[in-house]
Structures are given as structure tokens and as C-alpha cells.
Design a protein around this ligand. Sequence first.
Ligand code: ZN
Length: 194
Amino acid sequence: MRIVAALFVFAGLMLGVSPRAAPAAGLEVQPVIGGNPMRCYDFRGAVVRTLQMTELGDVGRASIIARMPIISLDPDRMAALPPKMQIFFYMHECAHHVLGHVIRPTLQSERDADCWSINYGRWAGLFSRTDVEGFAPYFAKSNGSKFGHLPGPERQAYLLNCFDKPESEPVQQLARPMLSLPSDSGSGSRAAGQ
Ligand SMILES: [Zn+2]
């Protein structure tokens, strides 16, 4: 029954994709985020597919639909953000899959996903400290959420702390090839850990 329900939801999601949301892309294995082709694998090593979905109610969302790990992104909200923040939010959602939050969310899930995203971006050479400092205006007015998102200024401080002290967070996850990121020269993709 649960599977049937999940399939129904999945069908609803597909039908719900508006023409503006690049339906031709469908469920992307390697979406281009902030100019970078990105890949995400979940805690089982399964590829996480990305679905562009308008009026999502948030920038992004991590879910499992019909056993398929999915990152939903709102293209309109993403387009309003600078490229580095688009990468941050994509990797935040990826982190929910990497860290298994989609199966077992905790009160720490949002903070852990934030830190994982920052640590990974730092490790992959996608984020400088200046990049993270540049997030501040975009978080300044957010109030946080009952789901564990910190209020904007606190979240910003938390992200910078993650950047400065990567060893204090789930660094062991970084040793595994979870994302395939391009080199800065744009000469193709490389697997993390290589
Ligand atoms: Zn989250």
C-alpha cells in the first residue's frame, strides 16, 4: 500500500512539472548547478536524480520517491541566487541523502547537511571563505524553521565555523566518492577522492 501510494505521489510530481521547469531534462543524473555539472550518491551508493520543480515551496528538497533518491530544485528560486549558493543548496540536499537523513532525520539534520555542504565545497575547491561570507545577505532575513534550520545570522555564523573547523564535522563522509565535480579549468569531471 505504501509503495502504491509512493508511486501515485511520483506520478503526481511528474505531472506537476510546469513547462517552464525544463521538463525535457526530467530526472537528471548530472544537473548543471552554478555552472558545474554535479553528481550526488546516497548513503547506499545509489545515484541521486535531480528534478526541477516550480513552486516547490523551498529552494530544494531531498526525498525518496518509489525507492528513487531525488533532489527537487525550484528553478525560479535557484535562479535568484548566485552560483555559489546554488551549489551550496544542491549539496545541502545531497547531504540529506549522503547522511541518510531521508531515512532517519534528526534534530541535527539541517545543521549537519549545512556543514557537510560547506566542508565538501571547501574540500572540492568550490568554496573559498569569501564565497561563504558572501552568503550573508541571502540568509540575513530568514527566520529559521521548526525543522531545525537556524535563523539566518546564526546559520551564517554556523557555516563559517564549519568552513574554519572542517575536522569537527562529518569529515569521514568526504573520503568517499559522493560527488563528481569538474576541475576549475573545466577540463571534464573528476571523481572525488582521486
Ligand atoms: Zn535541509
